[in-house]
Design a protein around this ligand. Structure first.
Ligand SMILES: *Cc1c(COP(=O)(O)O)cnc(C)c1O
Length: 368
């Protein structure tokens, strides 16, 4: 019998996750590039047992993320932060293998504290691929990484590696390849002196149809040319299409269009979509029944999207939003005091486990 859980819940499916992991393993085998999970996208450590078999460690944006990676994932712990505090550095130097600075000033400031670790510097190549200004690292007045090559050259004796994170949702291999060639030429002198290069995240190499073999060949050629270990930092690509947000329709109202209100909220539970003005995805048969599917918070624009469905919805109907792993659970919040979705994992063996349920107490504890 099919188990029935109380909605709302995020359902992480390890078999779907495994498909991405196999591609990451394939990329590692045929390109030599190591992959570290970007925790800012996905931090559901209940499935790290599976992921850590296929990936080389984690990368982070803060001390807490780095510590989570160290405690729950293991293997290599990479630290990055747009700006470290002294407390961050004191914590990180006990747990991280690599510490990547965002600026030359921070590198110089903390150099003596961390010189026993492998030190990296984020370089901003001034080129990027992104559909959104908000997520474009090369946007005007960007603070992400060092722009001037001369600045980098002055500290070459202090660094062991560099990081370029310049892609966001890039599924176009040809563009990736051209940009890598530009970086390869522009930073040739720098790359000759260091041991590793992280190419960041945002490359959609686990998507169906992506030319994975060409991608591997490209990375391999780049690594050989500069004699460096290449790292990738996949966030979204590690977990794409591996989770659903399962909800129930509570009410149907009509105001020019038919609106189904579910027991979740895009503002609270899939915030990234709202920020980028994207619709949540549904994978079901389309038909003649048109609905706006909306959240239950009081925000007027708490709308998951407009859909044409084959079935008719009524109070009690289940709605499963797909592709709900990345930038969802890490951003969920208690806006409106709306019940937070539980986290449920479907293991490789098909068994389903409730990992976490959130209660009124959790809500209270998040406030003062
Ligand atoms: C956000 C980020 C990533 C992960 O990006 P995805 O688009 O989720 O793959 C990796 N590295 C850095 C430095 C990032 O800021």
């Amino acid at each position: 019998m099919k188990q029935k859980f109380k909605t709302p819940y995020y359902l992480i499916d390890e078999r779907k996750l495994l498909k991405n992991m196999k591609k990451i393993e394939y990329a590692r085998k045929f390109s030599g590039a190591k992959s570290v999970l970007a925790l800012k996208c996905f931090s559901a450590f209940s499935v790290f047992g599976l992921m850590s078999k296929y990936m080389d460690g984690t990368t982070s944006s803060s001390f807490y993320e780095a510590k989570l990676g160290y405690d729950t994932f293991g293997k290599e712990t990479h630290a990055f932060s747009v700006a470290y505090s002294k407390d961050d550095i004191d914590g990180l130097k006990k747990i991280s293998d690599k510490i990547i600075f965002n600026s030359v000033s921070q590198l110089n400031h903390f150099y003596n504290d961390v010189k026993r670790l492998k030190i990296g510097l984020r370089i901003n190549p001034g080129i990027s691929y992104s559909h959104f200004d908000l997520a474009d690292p090369a946007r005007k007045y960007s603070r992400l990484g060092v722009f001037e090559i001369k600045e980098v050259e002055k500290v070459l004796n202090k660094i062991d590696g560099v990081m370029f994170h310049y892609n966001c949702e890039n599924g176009d291999f040809e563009i990736f390849s051209e940009m890598l060639d530009k970086i390869s030429a522009k930073y040739d002198k720098v790359l000759k002196k260091i041991n590793w290069v992280s190419l960041g995240g945002g490359i959609y190499f686990t998507k169906d149809g992506y030319p994975l073999d060409k991608f591997c060949a490209k990375l391999k050629e780049f690594a050989a040319k500069h004699n460096v270990q290449v790292y990738l930092e996949p966030g979204e690509s590690s977990i794409t299409n591996s989770c659903e947000l399962v909800t129930t329709v509570l009410d149907i109202v009509n105001n020019g269009k038919t609106i189904a209100i579910v027991d979740a909220s895009i503002e609270a539970h899939m915030l990234d979509l709202l920020i980028y003005r994207l619709s949540a995805k549904l994978e079901e048969k389309t038909g003649a029944n048109e609905y706006i599917i909306a959240g239950r918070s009081c925000l007027a624009g708490d709308v998951f999207g407009e859909y044409k469905l084959k079935r008719k919805l009524k109070a009690g109907s289940e709605i499963r939003f797909s592709d709900a792993a990345g930038y969802t659970m890490v951003k969920k919040n208690w806006f409106n005091g709306v019940k937070m979705p539980s986290i449920i994992v479907k293991r490789l063996n098909g068994k389903t486990e409730i990992i976490r349920q959130f209660s009124y107490n959790d809500y209270v504890k998040s406030l003062s």
